[in-house]
Design a protein around this ligand. Sequence first.
Ligand SMILES: Cc1cc2nc3c(=O)[nH]c(=O)nc-3n(C[C@H](O)[C@H](O)[C@H](O)COP(=O)(O)OP(=O)(O)OC[C@H]3O[C@@H](n4cnc5c(N)ncnc54)[C@H](O)[C@@H]3O)c2cc1C
Length: 428
Amino acid sequence: MPDTALSERTADVIVVGAGPAGSTTAYYLAKAGLDVLLLEKTAFPREKVCGDGLTPRATKQLVSMGIDISEEAGWLRNKGLRIISGGLRLEMDWPELAAYPNYGLVRKREDFDDLLAQQAVKAGARLYERCNVGAPITDERTGRITGVQAKLGEEKTPVVFHAPLVVAADGNSTRLSLAMGLHRREDRPMGVAVRTYFTSPRHDDDYLESWLELWDRRGPQARQLPGYGWIFGLGDGTSNVGLGILNSSASFRELDWREVLKAWVAGMPEDWGYTPENMTQPIRGAALPMAFNRQPHYTRGLLLVGDAGGLVNPFNGEGIAYAMESGQLAADVIVQAHARATPAQRELALQRYPKVLKDTYGGYYTLGRAFVKLIGNPKVLQLCTERGLTHPMLMRFALKLLANLTDPTGGDAMDRVINGLTKITPRA
Ligand SMILES: Cc1cc2nc3c(=O)[nH]c(=O)nc-3n(C[C@H](O)[C@H](O)[C@H](O)COP(=O)(O)OP(=O)(O)OC[C@H]3O[C@@H](n4cnc5c(N)ncnc54)[C@H](O)[C@@H]3O)c2cc1C
């Protein structure tokens, strides 16, 4: 008699974590006909600490996955970015491009992640919720990963899952990568972000709002912090209000970010409603792993996608688009490898994944690391935030560069400059 429990827990690929990276990977693998297990430690719908803001890059990914992003389906569209700095405000629409839509979206992660996971299931992925993955199972001789141990359900029943390939999509903490010996690179930038929700009359804002000046006011002289605050309306009566800071500032480890957030919103007009009584959730935070801070992205049967691979954009702290894009890229490499006849050929195909990531983002992230260093200098930071908005042309260029929104071929002069720079910059 066939052992059904065994076949249920064996697949072509195991994806650990059903955030945007994991669900996207599982979706594309299942679509291509592979048998995929998607293992998630929580149960949907569940909260995830995030700004809930989606640029046109992320919007494009949702369209590609066939997600209904209509307003009737609960999405709030945005036209662009409103920047507030140096006493000025500038509204800039998302660029008109052939490669990306000209609008972004906002959606609470509670629904967003659930929708993506369901889309993966519709495509054929087998989702296990309340499945907390622990140690990898490895082949003693080769060190390759051949499966994972997990605790399943309320009872935390120990189970094992097997597959010749495993994708680590378990986010910033990525216990799986750590257990496979892949540690964080200390030479890469890191950010931290905190956020909360307020009921507010500004809940249906059709621009994402970004405040470039955040201050450490502890000493006799206020120090500007390298990061920004955001206000993203959700269209459901609430706004997501938060801030993200880079670790290139001297005060990075000393500050209580919740207090910085409270002090920042306390200075806003009262009729916006960002007051303690209107706060609907506690302030929560998490790290932003940037610019490939964990490598290699493929080793011994394990591929890293999204935050597990440190894919957050160092220019703007955006992570969802890169989580989804890396999921799609990883799935494509796996599908190609799966069709190869011998283990050696499969391995050759899999080794392509880190190269594909570097070709796609390497030059851009290297530029981003230089940017992080530069704005870690308080004088440069102050100059940019005080004067930047008085040069609208420069700000349009900054929007394209910081949001990584250019047409890869053709495009305007700005696109060509940015694409040229990312091509000639070393990919590390
Ligand atoms: C405060 C804050 C605001 C942010 N705002 C934005 C924003 O507005 N826009 C944007 O684009 N990005 C934003 N980001 C970044 C974004 O949240 C991340 O880059 C994105 O969630 C990465 O997706 P992921 O799928 O790689 O990881 P995650 O979203 O972290 O998903 C990982 C999944 O793996 C599961 N998991 C973890 N461990 C295990 C395990 N052992 N077994 C099984 N499952 C496991 C988790 O439960 C989770 O579901 C923000 C981040 C923070 C902290």
